[in-house]
Write a protein that binds this ligand. Structure first.
Ligand SMILES: [Zn+2]
Length: 298
């Protein structure tokens, strides 16, 4: 028996809706799982908080979106299952299916499909002037750069199935926020990767706090990003903090939201002291302020 309602397709077996094993196939469905989407806007660089509300015991659930699988999870057993899905900075406008698979305790499953209409967004072009060694790195640092990108790949490959965050994300330092997420950057007249975070200008030494709770999975001095801390919040969500003058947290440490993790500095490829703050979700690059806008139960 297959029923459809709007964009929702139902394929679970009929027995599932019988009560105490009785088959009541002519009876309408009492209820079923629902997928909820929360977002600031649907354009490249934005995040969607997708959750499942179900009257039944759900064993696991996942989302397929743009060739990526997002296993859904939660912090507390009583919370609904959710995942943060990134609309990557480079995503082309258009309609994309988002497919939920919900597996129930009894082994039955349900498939829910939503259509996501991604709008187009123009990011400005910005010309910047930095020390030439950060644009065309000298031969002797190429090996270091290769090793660091391998380390970053393995860090972003970590998947913690339980949500580590506590409530909503917060801005990690005081200061002037430069709304430069997504800028297409030209360093010393050479085009380079777009700016995948936001910059917050603050005097050197200003405290930087964890935007949310999680485990420090990297605290290293990187060639381009300078002294960098990466926090794993679970479910493939990472916050990244760059150009520190000083570390105040180390790799492997669990940090709580609001805890000081470093101090603003000017290490790596910079034009002056500031915090570069970024968010990565399963490899997608999203604006940290779109993540900060999401509601989370404390
Ligand atoms: Zn930056």
């Amino acid at each position: 028996m297959i029923r459809t309602a709007g964009v929702l397709f139902f394929t679970a077996c009929t027995m599932f809706f019988g009560q105490s094993g009785t088959q009541e196939t002519n009876r309408p469905f009492l209820s079923r799982s629902e997928a909820h989407l929360e977002f600031r806007s649907l354009s490249p660089g934005e995040v969607i908080k997708a959750s499942i509300e179900s009257p039944f015991a759900v064993k696991r659930a996942e989302i397929r979106f743009e060739k990526r699988t997002y296993a859904m999870g939660r912090g507390k057993e009583s919370d609904p299952l959710f995942a943060l899905v990134g609309l990557d900075l480079g995503l082309e406008p258009g309609d994309y299916p988002m497919i939920f698979t919900v597996v129930y305790a009894g082994g039955q499953y349900e498939r829910i499909e939503k259509e996501i209409r991604v709008l187009s967004k123009d990011f400005p072009v910005k010309k910047l002037w930095v020390d030439e060694r950060y644009v065309s790195p000298p031969k002797e640092v190429l090996q270091r750069i290769r090793e660091e990108s391998a380390i970053l790949r393995s860090v972003y490959g970590i998947f913690t199935p339980r949500w580590q965050g506590e409530g909503a994300f917060v801005q990690p330092t005081k200061g002037r926020v430069v709304p430069n997420f997504g800028e297409r950057r030209i360093f010393n007249n050479k085009p380079r990767n777009p700016h995948s975070g936001v910059d917050i200008s603050s005097p050197p030494g200003t405290a930087v706090i964890a935007s949310n709770s999680g485990k420090v999975v990297l605290a290293s001095d990187l060639y381009f990003a300078g002294k960098t801390v990466i926090i794993d919040h679970g479910l493939g969500v990472f916050t990244i903090y760059c150009h520190f003058s000083k570390f105040r947290a180390g790799r492997g440490e669990f940090v709580h939201k609001g805890q000081i993790i470093g101090e603003v500095g000017a290490t790596g490829r910079v034009t002056g002291p500031h915090l570069h703050w970024a968010v990565k979700i399963q490899g997608t690059r999203v604006d940290p302020f779109s993540v900060m806008d999401l509601d989370f139960k404390p």
